[in-house]
Design a protein around this ligand. Structure first.
Ligand code: PLP
Length: 397
């Protein structure tokens, strides 16, 4: 048996790789540079161009670019009309921003447990949590796999709920052949560097609803409108604009939009490579009884943002912490996604109790995300599989 690096053995590789990283090529650089010397470096043509591209990629009628994914969620929650006294059902395993957007509006997140095999929000748990105060659902396509959109949309229809899909992981994914972004009432995307396409910081909301679209556009720039139909004091004076509600400056620059235009063109190749890596991992790990491979529902044709390695702890003599540290020492560095949101001390102080979502908690205690990104070579993938196998061999019961 190979000696683990954490106990003084040789790591499977010399340099560290992490769970995600961006791919910026020369043409991406050129696109940014060209914008810098143009007339407009914000509120210019590149923002509109990338919005059109996003509509093409997602099949949505409208896209609103914003400064990051969290801003997208915030505006979506506002446009949904969430407010004090409302309850909004949120996946328990997600990035905190999925729940924070509900709090920004003064509403109450109600955490729903995940399914043990897909790790996505469980529609049965959603049904159980609905009360007369429930106003909407924020469902995250965790790892990139689409949530059970048919079941969830049916629940929304029955109970008149707004569905916000947190698609921060799922650009490029299709559900029953239809791209994510055109199915929920609003879908929010993030273009942070670990995500499948990036512009440094950036986000977007897509929707098919014209009213929501107009509202989101207004909220993005302070709640100010130039449309006389929306004004309390309409005039055709050229300088006049009117703030009709409280909004924000959540605009994206043209510099970033130019980078994103260039990146979105590469989505097919990014997606293809990610699928290859996932297939290689799935094949290797499905032969190890100590590892649980994430279930993929047939409706979802997934572009995976994260690859979750889930341990069957009952078959191992180590815990997640020891496995994580061992993998880190092999220089194939994992990360954990995510702490159940209500375990954060902020939510704890609001009164959320441990034990609320048992599947989510068990998931957290047994999983970590291993490297998955376009730039990984076949050699890198082999190293990660090698490192996992080495550690499993060491800690097998
Ligand atoms: C990345 C991410 C966000 C937030 O996006 P930012 O662009 O970093 O603000 C929201 N939800 C999920 C699930 C994410 O992974």
């Amino acid at each position: 048996m190979e000696k683990l690096a954490i106990f003084g053995g040789t790591p499977v590789r010399e340099n560290k790789i992490y769970y995600g990283r961006q791919c910026i090529e020369q043409d991406d650089v050129d696109a940014v540079v060209a914008t810098l010397t143009g007339d407009l470096i914000t509120c210019g043509p590149k923002v509109q161009e990338v919005e059109r591209m996003l509509c093409e990629v997602t099949g949505a009628k409208y896209a609103v670019m914003v400064s990051n994914g969290t801003a997208a969620l915030h505006l979506a929650a506002m446009a949904a009309g969430f407010g004090p006294g409302d309850e909004v059902i949120v996946s328990a395993i997600t990035f905190a921003a999925s729940a924070n957007c509900v709090r920004y509006c003064g509403a109450t997140p109600v955490f729903a447990d995940i399914e043990n095999d897909t790790y996505n929000i469980d529609p049965e748990q959603i049904r159980r949590l609905i009360t007369p105060r429930t106003k909407g659902i924020v469902a995250v396509d965790f790892t990139g796999q689409a949530v059970k959109l048919n079941e969830i949309r049916e629940i929304c229809r029955e109970h008149h709920l707004v569905l916000i899909e947190d698609g921060a992981h799922s650009i490029g994914t299709k559900y029953e052949g239809q791209p994510v972004g055109s199915i929920a009432d609003m879908t929010c995307f993030s273009f942070h560097p670990v995500k499948t396409v990036t512009c440094g910081e950036g986000g977007a909301i897509t929707t098919n609803d014209e009213k929501l679209y107009q509202h989101l556009m207004r909220l993005r720039t302070h709640g100010i409108t130039r449309d006389q139909a929306e004004m309390v004091h309409p005039t055709d004076a050229k300088w006049y604009n009117e703030q009709v509600e409280l909004g924000f400056n959540y605009r994206l620059t043209d510099i970033q939009a130019a980078l994103l235009c260039s990146q979105i063109k590469k989505l097919p190749k990014f997606s293809k490579r990610r699928k290859e890596i996932v297939a290689a991992y799935d094949e290797a790990f499905s032969q190890m009884p100590e590892i649980q491979v994430q279930k993929e529902i047939p409706e979802s044709d997934t572009t995976r943002h994260l690859y979750v390695l889930r341990l069957r702890l009952e078959k191992l003599t180590c815990d997640r912490r020891q496995f994580f540290d061992a993998l880190y020492a092999e220089n194939t560095c994992p990360q954990v996604h995510y702490l159940p949101v209500y375990w954060h001390s902020y939510y704890e102080k609001l009164g959320y109790q441990r034990g609320l979502c048992p599947n989510a908690e068990a998931f957290y205690e047994s999983s970590m995300s291993i490297p998955l990104y376009y730039m990984m070579t076949d050699e890198d993938v082999k190293d990660v599989i090698h490192a996992v196998k080495k550690i499993v061999d060491h800690y097998r019961k």
